[in-house]
Design a protein around this ligand. Structure first.
Ligand SMILES: [Fe+2]
Ligand SMILES: [Fe+2]
Length: 335
């Protein structure tokens, strides 16, 4: 009798068509982005303000990684995607201190959680979640191990320039602009790892599931904090993310939003780094599907978050010492 093989994304199909991969993507979205999971990650914030602790990973048997665990994508294309993801992760690591600087004048506890405590001379005296050699710091070595195990070749991430902190208008407005990009970056990472999980099984999929859970953790915290600090910005955030998805569609039109873009979109960067030209139309369709359905799920969750609930997750006494939430209305957004 036929016994289906089940993994973290549901039933395994070794030569999947679009509909079978779509079923796996839906399964992963339901599992890893459930309302329970998203709320749990956001409700973790007050604990993290007290004592930042990275999320613990399960034990991974790195030696078990083998090419047969990649399904429905050519191995060399999969490797080029891992190489691209590696460069993005290495870049996000450098981005951490920029986020800390934008957060510091507004929410010192969130700044510390993200980037630790830094002296005037730039020395880090206390490590934050991101700077703790764990979470995002764990991502680059994990991807290197997958790559090396599959290709039997050494690899190093490419050095890339990181957007630096630039105070421009007022700290609230500056953080708003930065926050949009930060949320878009975490959201792209979530979508990428989720899609890669639909095309893998076994140990590779297990590693990707740890990466995915870390990115979901980051996304919910940045997203929830953004919703609390800028309650009128929710619609603009969705428009921003949709405009970013639009930039990776096969026929991309120049919208007003894009021409105003003051940054090379996170998504475009991701697609070029991922060596997208070598990806098939099918993979592109699957990834766009992942972006849209993930956004739908998060938007549904986000629309249920009440101001009181957000306050219970995001507020700290230090925040109220310097800020008055009522006094701020986001200005016209400049993306
Ligand atoms: Fe990461
Ligand atoms: Fe992240």
């Amino acid at each position: 009798m036929y016994q289906p093989v089940i993994d973290l994304a549901g039933e395994v199909c070794f030569r999947p068509n679009f509909w079978q991969t779509k079923t796996r993507i839906n399964y992963l979205i339901d599992e890893y982005l459930s309302t329970y999971e998203l709320c749990d990650r956001l409700e973790d914030l007050p604990r993290q303000f007290q004592d930042p602790q990275p999320r613990k990973w399960s034990t991974i048997n790195w030696q078990d990684i083998n090419p047969e665990q990649v399904i429905g994508i050519e191995l060399d294309i999969f490797l080029s995607i891992i190489r691209g993801a590696l460069d993005i992760e290495a870049h996000i690591r450098g981005y951490t201190q920029t986020s800390r600087q934008y957060l510091e004048p507004i929410h010192p506890n969130m700044a510390k959680f993200v980037g630790g405590k830094v002296l005037e001379n730039g020395n880090i005296i206390e490590l934050g979640l991101y700077a703790s050699q764990k979470e995002d710091h764990q991502h680059t070595p994990a991807l290197i191990k997958i790559y090396q195990q599959l290709s039997q070749q050494k690899i190093l991430p490419q050095k890339r320039e990181v957007q630096i902190y630039q105070a421009q208008k007022n700290p609230y407005q500056d953080l708003y602009q930065h926050g949009l990009q930060r949320v878009a970056t975490e959201y792209s990472a979530v979508c990428l790892y989720l899609w890669l999980m639909s095309h893998t099984t076994g140990t590779i999929q297990q590693v990707l599931s740890e990466l995915l859970q870390d990115e979901v953790n980051h996304l919910t915290k940045f997203w929830g904090m953004g919703m609390w600090l800028y309650p009128d910005g929710a619609e603009q955030l969705i428009k921003y993310l949709l405009s970013q998805i639009n930039t990776i569609l096969p026929v991309s039109y120049e919208s007003d939003l894009q021409t105003k873009s003051n940054l090379k979109s996170t998504f475009q960067r991701m697609m070029s780094v991922l060596n997208w030209q070598s990806g098939s139309i099918l993979s592109r369709g699957e990834l766009i599907y992942t972006f849209v359905w993930t956004l739908k799920k998060i938007w549904h969750w986000s629309s249920q978050l009440t101001p009181e609930y957000l306050q219970s997750c995001c507020a700290t006494p230090e925040f109220f010492e310097n800020n008055n939430l009522e006094s701020y209305q986001p200005e016209t957004i400049l993306f």
